[in-house]
Design a protein around this ligand. Structure first.
Ligand code: SF4
Ligand code: SF4
Length: 442
């Protein structure tokens, strides 16, 4: 089949990647304090296993997963626990968090330098290492990786797709990881391949990262069954369903999962974390974060410990510009605006974006002119204007029937709307109202 290397709908928001795409990853100095929420993943929160006053070493578990769909968290520095209490979380409400005051350089909980060959580990042992390391999807979705790697009986995976698309404007952490750590990313991919036992792997990368495409193509020459697929540049090319469609032609049904069409998608950052977890038994205590935007004096890609505050990272990038106005966890399309910079980097924080006032203000809404542009661009083939109107008029059931929950909140409709309707905001609100109405009794 001839693939179009893209999907229906989508848009081309300003990329903004030039601020950081050529900046090599820098390692931030260890912060004096880290705040580690026990809920950084989708699923059951992990339970703290430490208390105020405890001394912890870097890599030591500080919370445990009590259900299968959950992962533990680990101390990302060495020091004393000063609090276990609710603290602001970059995804919204306050969340139970472990606060560690660093007292010295790293004292490692275990020796994470000894490599184990994956040939010496069974599939179950590999999956245990991945769960024990606390890995949850690093592209932002934060779904526990070991769960995704355990499809239920009756579901067969025949293709593994590695998401190196990074279509969200401004963000470049995955791009730099592919350029600077291609061997490690590839080893992580091969571990994932072994777990799900698939013969075909596609690494999807948008064509605006020619250096990453070239490096990975060179690295896979001679490797059987792995290919690099350059994809057309279009937002949201990196969304799971759109990536599957573009790279295989398969369409995930409404309400369905990638495994319903035999596909499994993992982010390149996840592949890297899996490599470290399985090869060195190393827990997830750090990640790459792009700190960028017109409101940052010196945008950078930074390797940073989980739990480091946004403020610390902004300072590491020489601070805010004079007109900095809005700070976002993630990118401009799907990111979440923050009240302030006193929130921690979590496992899913791929970027910290700071915009200036003229970019940050939500434009004033005008009446819908029924141009249908939002319909044309919606990658989920929804009717965003109708859904938003129903929500606006409190007709949540009608919004639901039009596919309210099929919306992945990509923001493409809001971006394209000439009347600047706050479509995605209405849709998010509609989901919360529907949940309130129908899930309260769950
Ligand atoms: S309705 Fe949802 S999925 Fe469709 S464009 Fe808008 S935000 Fe994206
Ligand atoms: S793009 Fe905006 S103005 Fe056009 S139909 Fe959709 S909501 Fe209405």
């Amino acid at each position: 089949m001839l693939l179009k290397k893209s999907f229906k709908g989508g848009a081309h928001p300003p990329e903004g990647k030039h601020y950081s795409e050529h900046k090599p990853i820098e390692t931030a100095p260890l912060p004096d304090t880290v705040v580690i929420p026990v809920q950084q993943h989708i699923g059951a929160p992990a339970e703290p296993i430490v208390k105020k006053g405890d001394y912890v070493k870097t890599g030591q578990p500080i919370s445990k997963a009590v259900k299968f769909v959950s992962v533990p968290c680990h101390a990302s520095v060495t020091g004393t626990i000063t609090a276990v209490e609710k603290r602001p979380h970059p995804l919204g409400a306050k969340v139970l968090s472990v606060v560690i005051k660093r007292e010295e350089e790293d004292q490692w909980f275990e020796d994470y330098s000894k490599a184990t060959s994956i040939d010496d580990l069974s599939v179950d042992e590999i999956k245990n290492r991945i769960q024990n390391a606390g890995i949850a999807g690093m592209g932002g979705a934060a779904f526990p990786t070991h769960v995704k790697l355990s499809p239920p009986d009756g579901k067969t995976i025949d293709i593994l797709i590695i998401n190196g698309v990074e279509c969200e404007p401004y963000l470049t952490s995955d791009h730099r990881l592919m350029v600077e750590k291609p061997d490690e990313v590839l080893k992580g991919i091969q571990i994932l391949q072994k777990i799900v036992n698939v013969q075909k792997v596609i690494i999807g990368i948008e064509k605006n990262k020619p250096d990453a495409i070239k490096i990975l193509k060179d690295k896979i020459s001679g490797l059987k069954n792995i290919s690099v697929l350059p994809l057309n540049v279009k937002y949201p090319q990196g969304a799971e369903k759109q990536l599957i469609k573009a790279s295989t032609g398969r369409e995930v049904p409404s309400g369905g999962l990638p495994m319903d069409v035999g596909a499994l998608v993992h982010n390149v950052g996840t592949a890297f974390a899996v490599y470290e977890a399985v090869t060195f038994n190393k827990p997830l205590i750090e990640r790459i974060v792009t700190v960028t935007g017109e409101g940052i004096k010196e945008p950078k890609n930074v390797k940073v410990r989980i739990g480091t505050s946004f403020k610390y990272l902004v300072d590491f990038c020489n601070g805010y510009t004079e007109n900095a106005s809005k700070i976002i966890n993630g990118g401009p399309m799907m990111g979440i605006a923050q009240k302030n910079d006193d929130v921690p980097v979590i496992k899913g924080t791929s970027g910290i974006l700071v915009l200036e006032k003229k970019q940050a203000d939500l434009p004033e809404e005008q009446p819908c002119i029924s141009c249908a542009r939002c319909v044309d661009v919606c990658p989920m083939k929804l009717l965003p204007s109708h859904i938003a109107t129903y929500v606006e008029h409190d007709l949540i059931d009608d919004a639901y029937k039009l596919g309210l929950f099929d919306c992945m909140e990509c923001g493409t409709c809001s971006f394209i709307c000439p009347s600047k309707r706050h479509l995605v905001q209405y849709i998010k609100y509609g989901k919360s109202q529907w949940n309130k109405k129908y899930r309260k009794a769950d």
